[in-house]
Design a protein around this ligand. Sequence first.
Ligand code: FES
Ligand SMILES: [Fe+2]
Length: 361
Amino acid sequence: MTPYKYIRNCWYVAGLSHEFKPSTLTAHRIAGKPIVMWRTKDGKVVAFDDRCAHKRFPLSKGRLREDGSLQCAYHGLCYDESGRCVEIPSQPDRPIPPKAKIVPFPVIEQDGVVWTWPGDPARSGERKPPRTPEIGDEEWESIDSGPMHIPANYLLLIENLLDITHFYPLHDSNIGDIENSRIPIEYEEGEVDGNKFVKTSRHVQNYKQPPFLTDWFVYDVIDREHTHCMVSPGLTRVVMRVAPPGELGTDAERGYVLFHTHTPIDDRNHIWRWSVNCKRDHMSGGDPNVSAAKRVASMFPGVVEEDRWALEIQQKMFEIPDEGYSELFLKPDKALRRARQIFLQMLRDEQAGTDRAQAAE
Ligand code: FES
Ligand SMILES: [Fe+2]
């Protein structure tokens, strides 16, 4: 059985920027860690261990005071924006013990996305969060799903996203397109900003689109480039570019940039978000009064329900010991197989680092 767990030394999406309203506490569980986050008065997002230093009450159930400090709802200890305790109501005349503080997590907000690193903070500089420039860019219309809880290990979603051969039959009622999955893939892997990526590309020319793609992107016969990329264990990017034959790269080009974020809660649950991005002035073919982004996004909830159904069942099957069973890998499974290898290597490296640190203690 594949030891499906989760990687901690990785940047994960805690939410899109618009999910962090000023002075509002949010509770997260990321890679097993309980985390409280909020946007401070000066606009910065901060993240801390969600356990009060006193009796581990969740600080996300507390409140932010006028001076910006966070007050625990149980006995009222208050913490400033650096995590230091600044007030203990039950013993106002005594010095605050040095142990009275909460542990911060690294946070980076960029391109309309808030990332956090649930692992060893000393290693957070080894990788950078992937870029998502289309989210929050005024030229693009960006529609996202919000957080969706999926009761399955997040690697199963990553594999699902790299594998379009499941569009038929799983998504036969909406985006099912067996022809697309038969188009030969070009495969690429590499590393950007410390993140190992796996990417597949499918190119077609003078190709008749299935009706749902004409509905989204207007043209009936097209040249198309379609890529799926696991950018990191936290993000998958899917890009589709279509244009009339010979016109890719010109103003006639249409398509989307689709981000999927996969943030592990624990080894059996994760949060999935999608964000579909189309040029703001691109209207759909199906209804010229409705933008391409809205038209694409309107179809996604049904697709997600089908994937959720499959992932949840697949997760349950992993609970059964292998006992001689092993999975079959087909030719189109190359990218997901490689993604799984990268994932397992990251897990092993992380475990080796933890073992070294414990041996040195
Ligand atoms: S548990 Fe937070 S103040 Fe006691
Ligand atoms: Fe799917």
